[in-house]
Design a protein around this ligand. Structure first.
Ligand code: COA
Length: 167
């Protein structure tokens, strides 16, 4: 299996993969594939990765640029992230997440923010405590977590909004 940037040639395969993965999730909105396409359309993609195995797309992760205040702050949002239903719990999600975080770090992002399951993301260093300085409609939720990529990134108050496609 390899993790690589998504290309336009992958887009047709990404939609059904994301839909199938989220059909297995208890918290799915059913709009996750639309969100991916909407973020692309608004030009807010920071990193879009796929996991490919034997020529088949078996995983996908999107990292997008958030709108911050102060506007010179640079935060990334992770999501949606998906592994093919028959390939879950085999390390695909972890590999996509780690690779994407490193791309965000290299791009200069100060932090990565997500809404996700509290039993999954803390193993990668994300925490709701770290997200406390972020003004957001999701502030205060246990599922709202952040990971600092630069020293002090999550010390001064900052407002960070998801791309419009997230609704
Ligand atoms: C979440 C997801 C991307 C993780 O990818 P994955 O390849 O299955 O995960 P990994 O193999 O890297 O990690 C497996 C671990 O994650 C845990 N895990 C996976 N999905 C989880 C979830 N939704 N909630 C809690 N834990 C989860 C597994 O229980 C396993 O834990 P363990 O190592 O303690 O046994 C994948 O399961 C998926 O596509 N789920 C449906 C869509 C979804 O919920 N996306 C995330 C939205 S927050």
């Amino acid at each position: 299996m390899i993790i690589r940037p998504a290309t336009p040639g992958d887009y047709a395969a990404i939609r059904p993969l994301v839909q199938a993965a989220f059909a297995t999730a208890d918290h799915a909105s059913g709009t996750e594939a639309d969100i991916v396409e909407g973020v692309r359309a608004e030009g807010a993609v920071l990193a879009e990765l796929v996991a490919e195995d034997a020529g088949e797309i078996v995983g996908h992760a999107l990292f997008s640029r958030m709108t911050c205040d102060p506007k010179e702050r640079f935060f990334a949002a992770l999501g949606p992230i998906a592994a093919a239903p028959e390939r879950q719990k085999a390390g695909i999600g972890s590999a996509l997440l780690r690779a994407g975080v490193e791309i965000c770090r290299a791009a200069g992002a100060e932090a990565v923010v997500l809404l996700g399951h509290v039993s999954y993301y803390p193993r990668f260093g994300f925490s709701s405590e770290a997200a406390r300085v972020i003004a957001s409609p999701f502030a205060g939720l246990d599922a709202f977590m952040a990971l600092a990529l630069t020293p002090g990134a999550l010390e001064a108050p900052v407002k960070a909004d998801y791309p419009a496609a997230f609704g």
